[in-house]
Design a protein around this ligand. Sequence first.
Ligand code: SAM
Length: 204
Amino acid sequence: MADTFLDKAYDTVGTEATRALYADWAKSYDKEISENGYATPGRCADALKSVTRDFTKPILDFGCGTGLSGLALSLAGFKTIDGVDLTQEMLDRAKEKQLYRSLRLSEPDKGFTINSGEYAAVASIGVIGAGAAPIDVFDMIINALPSEAHFVFSFNDHTLKDPSFEANVNAAIAANKAKILVENYGDHLRGLNMKSKVYVLEKT
Ligand SMILES: C[S@@+](CC[C@H](N)C(=O)[O-])C[C@H]1O[C@@H](n2cnc3c(N)ncnc32)[C@H](O)[C@@H]1O
């Protein structure tokens, strides 16, 4: 297991190193992740579904990667999904799945932000935390969302070991920026016995 991308991922820090990791991983990501029983996208999609009334409103899959998260959202019934990702090679794989309305490259160093008010929900599945995006992404999304919009995201066990990620969520709740609709802990990568916490927040 020492040479798998999954092993490398959790030690990767910084935008350029993260982009390089996923550029190399893009071709084999779906196989490696699926072989390990990737459960978080389905759990996130089900959690978002449980609080959604209108499935036609546009939602954003932020950090869509190769589209496994978009696939789970689509299977849960969401009809209009845009994708954003840091890594062009991951977006190229996502495009092949033909389930996104649009796909866009994010450039965090150039002050990338989501279009405020455009989305009824944002999903960031397997994205924020160890091996991917910094917690600033959480703040950017929660600040950009319109009132009553939903934000579903996950923190895996590696990320939960650093208390600052959950502290950031709790600070947003305490500041009355959002309320928690769903919070549950369950399977992340079944084959590795790794778990994740899934949240759905509603913007205040
Ligand atoms: C573990 S993958 C998850 C992909 C997909 N959501 C899934 O569930 O399979 C993490 C993704 O986050 C992207 N990513 C990392 N940092 C990011 C950032 N700051 N902004 C946007 N995407 C980012 C990576 O390029 C990668 O595709």
